[in-house]
Design a protein around this ligand. Structure first.
Ligand code: F6R
Ligand code: MG
Ligand code: MG
Length: 370
C-alpha cells in the first residue's frame, strides 16, 4: 500500500509578536482536519507548532500535490487567519500571499514537504520542523544522516546502506535540480550544499542496489522561498522535513544525531542573522531571545496503513541538554557581534531583507573616489 505523508505549514499569526502559535489556531486546525479524516480525505493527522508556524502533519492516499489535500490546508490556514484577525494576533495571514487558491499551495506562501512511499512492515518516520531559519538549514543534518560515516555508523557496518544514497539538490535561484550519488560524488555534493542559501537538498533516494524502491524518497524538505514569491521580504521560509528511518535506512538515533552540533543557520531576527540551530521540545519551541535562537523540533511516529501513532517528542530529552547549552554559548558569542557580519548576513543575502530600503536613502550621497 502506498501512503502519502505531508507536512504543510504556514505562519498565519504570531502570539505575541513572532514567538509562538495561539492555542485557538491549533484548535481550528484540529477541527478542520478531523472533519477531513471523517470524510476520508485524510487517513490521519497531527497538529503542532514550531515558533510562530502552524504545522499540519497529514497522512493520506492521494499522492503528492493532491488538490483535495492542498485545498484542505489552504482553507484551514484561511480559517485560522480569520481567528488570528479576531484575536488581533501579530501578522495575521502573514504567509498567505495570494487571495485565490489555485489548486496547489506551492508558490502561495505555505511551506510543503510531502512524499509518497510503499509502507514497510514497520515504518518509523520523523517530522522535523524549524523556525527562524531557511530550507538550507537542513543541508548539514541531512548530509550527515545520509552521507557522513562519522554520524551514521550504518554507512560503514550495515550492508543494506553501505552503498549510500542519491541526493536531489535544487538550485533555488536558477530553478534547476541535479541528482548526485554519495559517496561517489560526495565532494561535488558538498561543493553545492555548503552554499546553503542557494543549493538545497530537496529529496534523498535509495540506491538501485537497495531493497527499497529507488524511485520513492526516503527524505524530503520544503524549499519554498517567500521572497521569490512575494518579490520582497515578507516573512520567513521556516522549513519542514520528513525522514524515514531503520531497516535499510539510517536508524532513528542516526537521524537525531544529525542535529547534535547546533550548527549555524541563517534567518534569525528579521531574517537577517546567523545563529545556532537549537534542538528543543515542542513545549520549548517558542522563539524568545532576539526572536530566537532558531529552533528545530522532531516528532517521531510509526505509520501503519496510513495511520499515525501518537508522536514522541524526540528532542524532549536530557541527551540533548548539552547541545542546547552549547547553542546558548554560541548565541552569546554571536550576539556580541551586534550588526557585524558574520552574525548579520552578508550583503548578497541582505538583498532579500528590509535593508535595501535603508541603503536606498544613502544612494545619492555616495561620491566617486578618484
Ligand atoms: C519573523 C522574524 C522576526 C521579525 C521581527 C520584526 O519570522 O524573523 O524576527 O522579522 O520580529 O518583525 P516586524 O517587521 O513584523 O515588526
Ligand atoms: Mg511571524
Ligand atoms: Mg516562523
Amino acid at each position: 500500500m502506498k501512503t502519502t505523508f505531508s507536512i504543510i505549514k504556514a505562519d498565519v499569526g504570531g502570539w505575541p509578536g513572532h514567538a509562538s502559535v495561539h492555542p485557538d489556531l491549533k484548535k481550528i486546525a484540529n477541527k478542520s482536519l478531523l472533519e477531513a479524516r471523517r470524510s476520508n480525505i485524510l487517513k490521519d493527522f497531527h497538529i503542532t507548532a514550531c515558533g510562530d508556524d502552524l504545522e499540519l502533519i497529514m497522512t493520506h492516499t492521494n499522492g503528492v500535490d493532491a488538490k483535495e489535500v492542498h485545498s484542505l490546508a489552504w482553507d484551514t490556514f484561511c480559517e485560522a487567519t480569520e481567528k488570528a484577525r479576531e484575536l488581533g494576533l501579530y501578522g495575521a495571514g502573514q504567509d498567505l500571499l495570494c487571495d485565490a487558491f489555485s489548486g496547489n499551495v506551492k508558490g502561495m506562501g505555505p511551506g510543503v514537504a510531502e512524499m509518497e512511499f510503499t509502507e514497510r512492515k514497520s515504518e518509523p518516520i520523523v517530522a522535523f520542523m524549524m523556525d527562524k531559519t531557511e530550507p538550507g538549514a537542513f543541508n548539514l543534518p541531512i548530509f550527515k544522516i545520509f552521507a557522513d560515516p562519522f554520524n551514521t555508523a550504518g554507512l560503514i557496518i550495515d550492508p543494506s546502506i553501505h552503498d549510500g544514497f542519491v541526493f536531489e539538490v535544487w538550485d533555488i535561484l536558477e530553478h534547476k535540480n541535479v541528482m548526485l550519488n554519495s559517496p561517489e560524488e560526495m565532494y561535488d555534493l558538498l561543493a553545492l550544499i555548503g552554499a546553503k542559501s542557494r543549493f538545497v537538498i530537496k529529496r534523498v533516494f535509495p540506491k538501485k542496489t537497495s531493497k527499497l524502491p529507488a524511485n520513492e524518497p526516503v527524505s524530503v524538505i520544503s524549499t519554498e522561498k517567500l521572497y521569490q514569491i512575494a518579490g520582497e521580504y515578507v516573512g520567513k521560509d521556516d522549513p519542514a522535513g520528513i525522514v524515514r528511518a531503520q531497516s535499510g535506512l539510517p536508524a532513528l538515533g542516526e537521524l537525531l544525531e544529525g542535529f547534535s552540533l547546533g550548527h549555524l543557520v541563517s534567518g534569525w531576527m528579521r531574517g537577517s542573522h546567523n545563529g545556532p540551530l537549537m534542538p528543543v521540545s515542542v513545549e520549548q519551541a517558542k522563539c524568545t531571545r532576539f526572536d530566537g535562537p532558531p529552533r528545530v523540533i522532531a516528532l517521531g511516529f510509526q505509520v501503519h496503513e496510513g495511520e499515525l501513532t501518537e508522536p514522541v517528542d524526540l528532542f524532549n530529552d536530557p541527551a540533548f541538554d548539552s547541545v542546547r547549552v552549547n547553542a546558548q554559548h554560541i548565541t552569546d558569542y554571536m550576539r556580541r557581534h551586534g550588526p557585524f557580519e558574520p552574525h548579520r548576513l552578508p550583503m548578497a543575502d541582505m538583498e532579500y531583507t528590509t535593508l535595501p530600503k535603508v541603503m536606498k536613502k544613502l544612494g545619492t550621497r555616495f561620491k566617486k573616489v578618484e
